[in-house]
Design a protein around this ligand. Structure first.
Ligand SMILES: [Zn+2]
Length: 431
């Protein structure tokens, strides 16, 4: 369509029509009328253009291939309603019937990405995107208010479920390619450094608190203090075992250009699964225990050893957190060995932390990491669980089914990654 010419004449008509018909008393009313007229005009455009689309598209074939291997016959033109971004539209399209296996077909629906539900692919994509950010209640209210889109909560849930399942299928397909060593397109240009952070958060799924694993991937740029700071961040999340999650994060990292980066850095807390995955998928990467997680361990020990809220304990913890950052863990390890615990709880706490800091010593050489201008944690890893899980899955009173949580997680990560085209494709595939 030659949009400049045709809309120009339309706009002139509209302007003329407004001069004759619209008498708004103030700005508010003018906005309200403008929106109302705009929606009605959009509705006409949608009805007419979609209506013509189906006429042209479906007239010819008298027979089409059936899934049973034989031929389905053209029967009749059938009408159906669809819900578009611009309101309800009625379409008339060819209906085929296979006398051999008694299956009915409407190929036009399939070509348009429509299934038995009334929503167009664009409506589904919009609902999925918004529901990736807001609760279902908020989603339907916001879409009603801003787009006059009448979607029920139950429908929004169904749409999210469908789109989420398809997103997971897309991701599995790419993951298989990556794990088979096939080349997949990646987002360029290759970064100098590529960070991989992993963590786990909890969500109430099937009436129990379950671990949901979250991966945060990011490229860096020099920050104000000279150390690296986040540039672009991607997320991935799922409730699954470490092995599958490792492949998920690896495949996502490959697509984000991790393999082309100058160096790779893995950041996590003390959990073994993270370091096992790091060894498996990025054996040459620099491994760093998230500095803030390490500090939590120091504060926890201080509470047990000095008592909750004790000033000496707080001072001791702060000193050692600072020393850990400036000089690495050796000073802390010496201090832990010199400690004289009095109670069984204190003895156990010292033993646990000695083990933790000895075990992760090479991952806590923060002075060396800082000299290389590496990030030592914070930001993405710390925020990942809150951003991905907390903000959407852990709001007041929320409980999830496993499938429901997984669909929302899949969509939420795509929204956070701004991979809207993935959502659009997942919304369009015919059922
Ligand atoms: Zn058939």
């Amino acid at each position: 369509m030659d949009s400049t010419v045709s809309t120009k004449s339309l706009l002139e008509l509209v302007a003329q029509w407004c001069r004759e018909n619209v008498k708004a008393k103030d700005v508010d009313e003018a906005e309200e009328i403008a929106q109302l007229v705009g929606r009605q005009v959009a509705g006409v455009v949608a009805q007419v253009s979609i209506g013509e689309l189906d006429e042209k598209d479906t007239a010819p074939a008298s027979r089409i291939d059936c899934e049973c291997g034989r031929r389905a016959e053209y029967k009749v033109k059938r009408a159906r309603g669809i819900a578009t971004l611009c309101g309800p539209v009625t379409v008339v399209r060819a209906y085929y019937y296979c006398p051999h296996c008694k299956r009915g077909y409407t190929p036009w629906d399939r070509r348009q990405g429509l299934d038995q539900h009334q929503w167009t692919a664009s409506v589904k994509a919009l609902v999925a995107e918004v529901a990736g950010c807001l609760t279902y209640q908020e989603t339907v209210r916001l879409l009603k208010r801003t787009c006059d889109l009448g979607v029920q909560v139950r429908s929004a849930e169904q749409i999210v479920q469908q789109v989420g399942v398809r997103l997971r299928a897309q991701q599995s397909a790419v993951r298989s390619q990556v794990m088979a060593g096939e080349a997949v397109p990646f987002i360029g240009p290759p970064p100098d450094r590529f960070y991989i952070g992993m963590d786990a958060g909890k969500a109430l799924i099937d009436e129990q608190w379950h671990d949901v694993k979250v991966g945060a991937l990011w490229t860096s740029k020099p920050g104000r203090d000279g150390l690296d700071t986040c540039d672009r961040t991607w997320y991935t999340a799922a409730q699954e075992k470490a092995e599958g999650f490792g492949e998920r994060v690896y495949a996502q990292a490959v697509q984000c250009g991790a393999n082309q980066a100058g160096e790779r850095i893995v950041i996590g807390d003390g959990a073994d699964w993270i370091w096992n995955l790091a060894d498996e998928h990025w054996p040459e990467a620099t491994q760093i225990v998230d500095y803030f997680h390490a500090c939590e361990h120091i504060h926890d020990l201080a509470k047990v050893h000095y008592g909750e809220g004790n000033e000496n304990g707080k001072r001791w913890a702060k000193e050692h957190c600072d020393r850990l950052k400036e000089a690495g863990p050796d000073g802390l390890l010496r201090a832990l060995r010199r400690m004289k615990p009095h109670t069984e709880a204190q003895r156990e706490a010292v033993r646990l932390q000695l083990h933790y800091f000895t075990n992760h010593r090479p991952r806590m050489m923060y002075h060396e990491f800082r000299a290389r201008r590496l990030m030592i944690g914070s930001g993405p890893v710390e925020a990942a669980c809150k951003t991905v899980i907390g903000c959407r899955l852990k709001r007041a009173g929320m409980r999830w089914s496993r499938d429901g949580a997984d669909a929302v997680l899949a969509i939420r990560c795509e929204v956070l990654n701004q991979d809207y085209d993935h959502i659009a494709i997942a919304s369009k595939l015919a059922a």
